[in-house]
Design a protein around this ligand. Structure first.
Ligand SMILES: NC(=O)c1ccc[n+]([C@@H]2O[C@H](COP(=O)([O-])OP(=O)(O)OC[C@H]3O[C@@H](n4cnc5c(N)ncnc54)[C@H](OP(=O)(O)O)[C@@H]3O)[C@@H](O)[C@H]2O)c1
Length: 201
């Protein structure tokens, strides 16, 4: 299994850090190109390599962790997706002078919109509910395991993502399809967005 991360900011780096800790190699890409990521990948640890977008996007599982306003530009030219899994970690909101403002999605699930754009990809929403600092912190908090929520219309893709989440030390809670994800984990509005929950055995 190969893993690619598109977006090397707060969220992309937090994900890469957990992959490195779990001994899972991954490539990470950003807008400015791999040359700009040399100190970042050094800090992230063994197994994380800086790559061109096209290389990261060819992985079996691809994380999408760019601003919502940039994702269409980011994925342009990266097709075909060929049944590969894309984990949508994005929130459809932008930070302005008045705080976070949601994009008007016409009441639709943001990940459904992403899935329609990425024809052939098996899109799963996950890694979007925790603030970046909480996502980056130890998933095995205080003897429990930090929770990540998963949703999407492809059941087997959700299961694969839940398995990866488990390997990273988190616990996955499967919410169901995109519509359930919109209601529960989409930010803003979903009651689980922003919730830092730890499950104890
Ligand atoms: N920050 C949070 O607490 C948080 C929590 C949950 C979810 N999210 C969501 O996660 C996503 C990423 O947030 P973030 O805080 O990690 O953002 P960020 O720190 O600003 O990083 C954004 C990354 O996206 C890359 N990027 C921007 N435009 C691109 C393009 N056209 N093509 C390729 N890469 C591009 C940037 O590349 P460069 O490095 O070259 O600039 C950067 O690496 C957003 O959708 C956000 O809503 C954020």
């Amino acid at each position: 299994m190969t893993i690619g991360i598109i977006g090397a900011g707060n969220i992309g780096q937090a994900i890469a850090k957990h992959l490195a800790s779990a001994g899972i190699p991954a490539s990470i890409a950003n807008n400015r190109g791999p040359g700009s990521l040399s100190s970042v990948v050094q800090k992230l640890g063994a197994g994380i390599t800086a790559a061109e977008m096209k290389v990261a996007a060819k992985a079996d599982i691809v994380f999408l962790a760019v601003p919502w306003s940039a994702y269409e530009d980011a994925v342009a030219g990266l097709a075909p997706w060929g049944g590969r899994i894309v984990i949508d970690a994005m929130n459809a909101a932008s930070l302005g002078p008045d705080g976070l403002r949601p994009f008007d999605l016409g009441g639709r699930a943001s990940s459904q919109i992403v899935a329609e754009r990425l024809t052939g990809a098996r899109v799963v929403k996950a890694f979007n509910t925790l603030p970046a600092a909480a996502l980056a912190s130890d998933p095995k908090a205080d003897g429990g395991r930090r929770v990540l929520f998963v949703s999407g219309d492809d059941v087997s893709a959700r299961q694969e993502v839940a398995h990866l989440i488990d390997r990273l030390g988190f616990v996955a809670i499967d919410l169901g399809d995109f519509e359930m994800g919109r209601r529960l984990q989409q930010f803003p509005g979903g009651p689980l967005a922003g919730i830092n929950m730890v499950l104890f055995p």
